[in-house]
Ligand binder design. Sequence first.
Ligand code: ADP
Length: 489
Amino acid sequence: IQTGIKSAPGQYEKAYINGQWSSAISGETFDVFNPANGQVVGKVPDMNTDDTLVAINSAFKAFQSWKNTTAKERSQILRRWYNLLVENQNKIAEIMTAESGKPLIESNGEVTYGNSFVEWFSELARQIRGDIIPSSFPSKKILVHHQPIGVVGLITPWNFPHAMIARKAAAALSVGCTVVIKPAEDTPLTGIELVKYAEEAGFPPGVVNIVTSSRENAPDVGRLLCENHLVAGISFTGSTTVGRILYKQCAYGIKRLGLELGGNAPFIVFKSAKLDTAVSSALVSKFRNCGQTCVAANRFLIQEDVFDDFVEKLVERVKLLKMGNGSDTGVQLGPLINQPQLDKVTNFVNDAVSKGAKIITGGRPATHLGNLFYEPTILTGITPDMIVYNEEIFGPVICLTKFKTEEEALQISNCCDVGLAGYFFSEDISQIFRVSKNMEVGMVGVNEGLISCSEAPFGGVKQSGLGREGSHLGVEDYTYVKYTCIGNL
Ligand code: ADP
């Protein structure tokens, strides 16, 4: 397949503000690299608050008419956007692999997944209804409407460069909000590509804007989005550290805020589990995007009766994983996204080993493949004083802990201050109900390692965030409830 990214590496892309493909007002740019080989795959405008202000103003102006479009009109434009995204699936996937390093097969999977949100919200747009609530006063009528909140700022991460934008933007646009998207600095090309199809689909100027900025400018751009009085809300997916900053910045203006932050997913294998299912699910849940997902299984807890069998089967499968440049055929595992990520994973593993963890396989950077590759790794002998026990690894490292009882497994699962996804494997029906009720997370996978889809609510409890994305609940962040009382009838 011939794509722009392959035929013209390093090509200059523009951002999109008020219906115009634009350079930064400052004229600055920044490079986008392929993490598999360090090559420059694109150059984008390095926008700052000056450009962001123009985007906010145009989104506010566009909101005045976009909010008055019919649900049917919005649904049809979203559907056209979806169709274009489907038609251009391969091209989008190749761009994504080039800038994120994820294997092409996964990038294709993400495009399918991301597109499904655009399809879902194009369908949901026309299903959003208000209420008429019976009044206890015969002369009064109680009407309830859902109205769009206005301009929303969407700040997204690099690990799902398409889906995190699509899941937020499609929901916001479907109810009549306008958006200013700030994609991650590592992966802005996929975001720009999505917006090209949004333009072609017919969103009016100012309804969809994308502002690209370097890591240096991101804090100022983020602050402006949070603090400008024309912005009604922010939806953010990323680290808990940045989430906290945005929460604070949104406080003064009491902005609507959706946060999808980090997790520390438990993955429990009980003795009744089908071990082959558990092993396959472990691979999917852990190694997708080289472990760099917020729902990745992070703490593997295996009941002592099946520990040795599970480890044996797991090691066999992990050793077969093919690592390399994501655009090469058959590659299942790509590089980490950047140097800080590689350093973090290396430090986590070294810390565990220095405190007594045993390396079953892997355990070091795969330098023969490039600068950012880390071998798929399995560690046992994990103890609570190790960093890997307490923090999200975001890398291809499986840490295995043995447990005796269900109570112990739940106690370990719940003893952290985040709660996004959790997984467990059991064939005991009572245990399935008990454990899914008692696991302190927003999403539970029972005998399943891949749970996210457009129809289901995605989100966490505790410090994993606020709000839900996808499903019928995914529009709540973008709507106000308006109660109207008609009296003296
Ligand atoms: P990660 O660790 O996965 O890179 P981050 O939370 O640092 O996650 O980044 C997610 C998104 O937040 C990116 O688009 C990034 O540019 C943006 N970002 C980083 N720092 C800030 C900040 N201080 N304010 C607003 N956005 C920020």
